[in-house]
Design a protein around this ligand. Structure first.
Ligand code: MD3
Ligand code: FE
Length: 211
């Protein structure tokens, strides 16, 4: 069978899988749902605990949303900009994230948070670990849309060697188990125009934030 999900699943590290082009058939349903979320809870540049403004603009959908400000990093039920609950996770988001997790061998992933990152040309995300979730046994599923990016995937320490992975529109990565706490980052986005998303890259990360 041409382009089956299994054939396009590439193991990139222990318990980490790249699902090349997994979302390509779904832009027509994903992008309107993304636009609805952003209308309800607008993208914003949050402040880090050290007082810097992030170059990546963010919002969330789902029961919990990741936020950062002078108080630190955490998950919150409310959007601090609107003071409302975050918009519900669109069912097309949830279905595709759960299906991607299953394809990578994670059978019972139930995300309660979807962080939306928007990278303009020149934005980057410095090397970090994702440690704000209650239980690291749950995987993280990430969707890449729009402009391409180079993803740096490191090890268990900041100094460990890194591999560079190209992420393009439609790609999904599922990270779990032995790769769940690895350092990672996104290099500065290069100038370009995506036919559907213009001069932007969007990344959606699906997580289980609460145990
Ligand atoms: C590897 N986002 O939101 S997604 C983030 O493309 C984040 O916007 C990047 O890192 C982005 O925290 C990368 C891929 C990703 C997400 C979580 C991981 C890779 C990961 C957790 C552990 C190891
Ligand atoms: Fe991360």
């Amino acid at each position: 069978m041409l382009f089956s999900d299994e054939e396009n699943t590439i193991q990139i590290a222990p318990d980490a899988y790249l699902l090349k082009g997994f979302l390509l058939r779904h832009s027509n349903t994903l992008l309107p749902a993304l636009a609805e979320v952003i209308k309800a809870s607008p993208l914003r540049h949050m402040a880090t605990p050290n007082g810097y403004q992030m170059s990546v603009a963010m919002t969330n959908s789902g029961e919990w949303g990741w936020v950062t400000d002078q108080q630190g990093y955490r998950y919150s039920k409310r959007d601090p900009v609107t003071n409302l609950l975050w918009p519900a996770m669109p069912s097309i988001f949830r279905q595709l994230a759960v299906s991607a997790a299953k394809t990578a061998g994670f059978e019972d992933f139930e995300p309660d948070a979807c962080l939306i990152n928007r990278y303009a040309v020149g934005s980057k995300l410095s090397l970090h670990q994702d440690k704000d979730e209650a239980d690291f046994s749950h995987p993280i599923v990430s969707f890449s849309l729009g402009l391409p990016a180079i993803f740096d995937f490191g090890g268990n320490t900041r100094e460990a060697p890194k591999i560079a992975i190209s992420l393009e529109h439609g790609d999904v990565i599922v990270w779990g188990g032995r790769s769940r706490l690895n350092f990672h980052g996104i290099r500065t986005i290069k100038a370009g125009q995506h036919p559907l998303l213009g001069p932007y890259r969007f990344n959606l990360t699906f997580r289980r934030s609460q145990a």
